[in-house]
Design a protein around this ligand. Sequence first.
Ligand code: BGC
Length: 775
Amino acid sequence: MLHLLGAVALVAIVSTSPEVAAFPLSLSSFAASANRLVARADAVYSPPVYPTPETRATGDWTVAVNKAKAELSTWTLAERAALATGDLWQPPGLCVGNVKPIASTGFPGLCLQDAPVGVRVADLVSAFPSGVNVAATFDRTLMFSRGLAMGNEFKGKGVNIALGPGMNPARTAEGGRNWEGFGADPYLQGEAAYQTITGMQASGVQATAKHFIGNEEEHLRIESSSNIDDRTLHEIYLHPFLRSVQANVANVMTAYNQINGSWAAQNSKLNNGILKGELGFSGTVMSDWAGARSGLASALGGLDMNMPGVPNWLTFDGTSYWGVDNLLKMVSNGSMPESRVTDMATRILSSWYLLGQDVDFPATNFNGWDLTDEATNQHVNVQDDHYKLIRQMGSSATVLLKNTNNALPLKNPKSLLVIGDDAFPSSKNGDPNFYTYRGGNDGTLAVGWGSGANDFPYLVDPLSAIIARSASLKTNVTSSRNNFDLAAAGALAGGKDAALVFINSNSGEAVSIVDGNDGDRNNISAWGGGDQLVLAVAAKNKNTIVIVHSVGVMDTELWIDHPNVTAVVWAGLPGQESGNSCADVLFGDVNPSGRLPYTIAKDQSHYVHATPLSNTESHPQVTYSEKLNVDYRHFAANNLKPRFPFGFGLSYTKFSYSGLSIKTLSLTSAQTTDLHAPKYTVNFTVQNCGSVSGEDVPQLYLTFPSSASEPPRVLRGFTKVSLAAGKSVSVSLALSTYDLSIWDVVKQKWVKPSGTFKVVVATDALAAASLSGSI
Ligand code: BGC
């Protein structure tokens, strides 16, 4: 019955939509389609939830929402509608998304610009480390600082709305945009999203949490349906968005894909029911670029801003599903209440007031469509001293995966070989389109491709940094960029104190196909023959050190156990200071403290794989059948041994944990009913018991009572501590009732299962407990 009601409601909504109203529905064809829907309902069904909850003046949004309401009470319906659709796509618009000034009201318009790593298609800006490196730092302070520094750059360029951060978990091994988000665990994603947004918005720039939701792969992303059950959706994929709402994120961008058979931009269950309903999101829901697939259905389904609005990419005929004319028509013909338009405008204006953009916000001073046009580019330098933070984050995110007999740090080597194209500068550096549409393997990899990348002001390549750092040591550095002349590589490697082999693996957004990879990688081997290069060097040099720049997991099985591969350094995508960050770690100026934000398998059948390039279905059904068992949870649940688990990373020193105690906090009655208030603290001591200073990342995992049917371990806490040799520090990690709850699909709420929870403090997701206790 419920399903049929859903189907009726769906048909009712669709039949009033201007673009499909003419579709003839006979009674028999209606019955046939209703039956089909019922037959498919278990697998692919997104229930209708209407109407869109109106934004409320509560909490931190109170002043902003009240100001927006007061201001809008003086605007005409057409003026309110004008806020909701992007315009000026391409010049004379300056940004990738533009809301036109509304002269009659004095509203100055909005500039929306990528990217999650810094201002995209602009000069004199910084290229920050990618999300995956942010996650690998496991350092909330650095996450916040990067957000703030990026926010200041966006504001300095006159960007109102930064189109980031991305927070789609790395569900599949090949997922093209995995590097934009913060790894494979929802808790880590959530913490990084929270800090990034808080930092960005502290600068006065609106952040955008994206892509809501289920956009975990690229190939066919604008056609596929991500089919996610309710519990998995809440516990894994929604969590980073929940933390974003808690950080008062101003905007949420919908995905391109469908979720359970309904396009993200018009999915009323997700936008009305979950985002604006359950999470109480007060800001603006905007579409991804041409991600709205309908006019009325998306307006009623909770979309507040259609981007880029005009033209519609799917037609490119100058029309838009929205625009003032269409929105007004929907109201005047009774399809949509006027209050829906008013609420779109209220949300957009509330976000603007929340960030104080009504006072002294800089006008846009660059032209993202033409950086050479002197009339529209003022060439404002916003880089400040952000290179210092970028360098620090690069080394803080570097994960040391293998270090046999302390091969690293390098100890005054007399001779070094630096080999591999990935150690060298890019021949295309300076080409404004290069990082967005990066063509093949050309020089060191410091960011993936697509709208998640920005233009580097410069890129310090590893070779230059190593030469500079080793100059005072009088090290003789030999180098070769050739990945494919294996005989020459072996000959160069022989007799050197150490051979540093740089390899990489790239991916990006499905806006361009690079070396046959449609955003998602076709495989997870090293690009450019990297594996064979390592083997050729290791065959001739007993101290072969491999440095990997990778967008995510990369298979290491061909060489990881080779006795001559003494060290492996996982450097991710570090941004503009890449070479310096790497040299800092190689030479021991910085003790590596990054931890893997995903699990590297031994056996590729242990990964979830993205829809292959060979799949050309028009609407592939991507079923999240692993449910809660994403990444390390899958390995733990099935007792599988990976090569390197989530959370793993070595140091040049050693740490020990002791003295676990768990305290139940005494709460006020308000705190008792607050699902998210800290309820317990897990306390212990971390000691640096080695001989050099360093940073450690103790991790807290919970094992739920078995009745909860959770994976064996789930991350619920971490911190980064910095300790001089021999020193100790007390750590206290808080747990809320939410942290101990599961999503009850029947009760439709968070429920704490009864029974005993095991609390584990460990060095990675699968390591034996260093400390354990129970709640
Ligand atoms: C991407 C978004 C991006 C937008 C604007 C889309 O193709 O999916 O992440 O913000 O373009 O560039």
